[in-house]
Design a protein around this ligand. Structure first.
Ligand code: SF4
Ligand code: SF4
Length: 479
């Protein structure tokens, strides 16, 4: 039987959606739905313990890592003026940004892999938006009380007590936001200089003040006011991760076969007689949800996989003496009564690609030489004849010490018999320094069989097994 497709029209003036159906006539829907404030109820349980641990660990890491230094070097420092990124003992230079890009691709692939297997576990347990919303909600609860107390407070008329609670909450939120902004900037400016300079009003760099202010405001707005709206309307990852889902991906789901029909009942009554399922329709799973959805309506993109509803429902099941797991981490296949598989083409492909990338990154890091030599031939003069009848070529040597300590180097050149350096052959290069060394070399024209040779410069570290080479051209005239 053919089905009539309703005509849908958007009125640009009123921004209303008009649906023309044959049976129901014209129905009008507002395109704009104002936000309903969510008062999430506190819940405890196994997943919340894991979640709390993971979120507090991440928050603590964020606030502390920039303060850790080894040999005077901040272990994570994105030093933009020096164009060096120090990440856990490895310094990435501009010419190594391909390695840094590989690291970022590995992180992205790791996220895809985890999402394919475990769904939105990143969103529920590790995402910064979730972490900071978690702190903000924790503060809110400490200051304004439980869900019911917060609802009551918001409905109450103005009073000094209400004002005091609201002001306290916002001051604490701003304090956390400021700490977040300051710490963020501390990953780009040396934090041990930035913080004292800031508190003694000695900061001379306007940009650092701008970014502290920017991230303070962004944190306050995102975690305090926007919260779940960031996940629902702003986060691109929330939108495209459904592509990585399949029927074997772990999702938070309500078992409708077991739970429906829903209905309240007394404890220890034989509800099966009343043709009821296990769901007592207490609504607790909705009250605890930070995005305000009802998981019983099926999988929704707003669900961040935080498992608060699982813990809430399990606590109810426990009280009712029913088995847990009415809401659980499961897969579409399991819900259909089929067997779910972890090993499947998509997950295997992600695992293989991820392993290859990790291995190649590890190999590049292990075999990485923290020394680079660039040779630039002087283009002003192709060659010169010296007073003693030798042929001289000039070069600029750029010696880059990418290690974490100062080093002495010996410079040599080879490629033609009698070729030797006539300028300085030993240099001391500081850690992180690019040493520019004008160098001249000369050869005996009698030993030259052609007008141009490929030659090789070598810088060899004294007292260390470390060297770098670079090729160039030697020009002259064969006798
Ligand atoms: S439905 Fe459950 S898992 Fe999804 S966001 Fe709400 S509480 Fe978290
Ligand atoms: S918490 Fe469990 S029992 Fe209560 S409404 Fe939700 S699914 Fe039903």
């Amino acid at each position: 039987m053919s089905k009539k497709i309703p005509v849908i029209q958007i009125d640009p003036g009123t921004q209303k959606l008009e649906v023309y159906g044959k049976s129901k006539g014209v129905t009008t829907t507002d395109l704009y739905a104002s936000r309903t404030k969510i008062y999430a109820k506190k819940v405890t349980g196994l997943f919340q313990k894991i979640r709390k641990f993971s979120l507090w660990m991440l928050i603590a890491s964020y606030f502390s890592i920039c303060w850790i230094s080894i040999n005077g070097q901040q272990i994570v420092h994105f030093d933009l003026p020096a164009r060096q990124f120090h990440i856990f003992g490895i310094t990435f230079w501009p010419q190594e940004f391909v390695l840094l890009s590989l690291l970022l691709i590995i992180c992205a692939f790791g996220l895809f892999f985890v999402t394919t297997l475990f769904g939105r576990i990143w969103c529920g347990y590790t995402c910064p938006q979730t972490s900071w919303t978690f702190i903000y909600m924790w503060i809110e609860e400490k200051v304004e009380g439980s869900r019911n107390q917060r609802i009551k407070l918001d409905k109450a008329d103005f009073s000094i007590q209400k004002l005091a609670k609201k002001v306290t909450k916002h001051v604490l939120w701003l304090f956390v936001a400021f700490g977040t902004g300051l710490t963020f900037v501390g990953y780009f400016y040396p934090v041990r200089e930035l913080v004292p300079d800031l508190f003694t009003l000695n900061v001379t760099d306007g940009w650092s003040l701008f970014w502290i202010g920017f991230f303070t405001l962004a944190t306050y707005i995102n975690a305090g006011w926007l919260r779940e709206q960031v996940c629902m309307y702003m986060c691109p990852y929330a939108r495209f991760q459904s592509v990585m889902f399949d029927e074997n991906t772990l999702v938070v789901s309500y078992d409708a076969d077991r739970g429906d029909p829903r209905g309240s009942r007394k404890r220890n009554t034989d509800y099966k007689d009343k043709d009821l399922g296990d769901c007592i329709d207490c609504n607790l799973c909705v009250q605890v949800c930070p995005t305000g959805i009802d998981i019983r309506d099926g999988l929704q993109y707003e669900c961040i996989g935080c498992a608060l509803c699982i813990d809430a429902c399990d606590s109810i099941m426990d009280k009712m003496k029913y088995p847990p797991g009415l809401i659980s981490y499961t897969t579409e296949k399991k819900l259909e009564g089929k067997e779910s598989r972890i090993l499947r083409p998509k997950s295997v492909a992600y695992a293989v690609v991820l392993s290859l990338m990790i291995c190649s990154f590890a190999y590049s890091i292990i075999t990485r030489v923290p020394l680079e030599l660039d040779v630039i031939k002087d283009r002003g003069a192709l060659y010169q004849l010296t007073g003693l009848g030798k042929i001289e070529n000039s070069y600029i040597l750029k010696i880059m010490n990418m290690s974490d300590h100062n080093m002495e180097f010996e410079i040599s050149v080879e490629g033609i018999e009698s070729l030797h350096i006539t300028t300085q052959t030993q240099v001391s290069v500081k850690s992180g320094e690019v040493y520019i060394l004008p160098t001249s070399i000369e050869a005996d024209p009698e030993k030259m069989k052609t007008n141009h040779y490929t030659i090789e410069f070598t810088v060899q570290a004294l007292n260390e097994e470390l060297s770098a080479t670079s090729e160039s051209r030697f020009l002259g005239t064969a006798d």
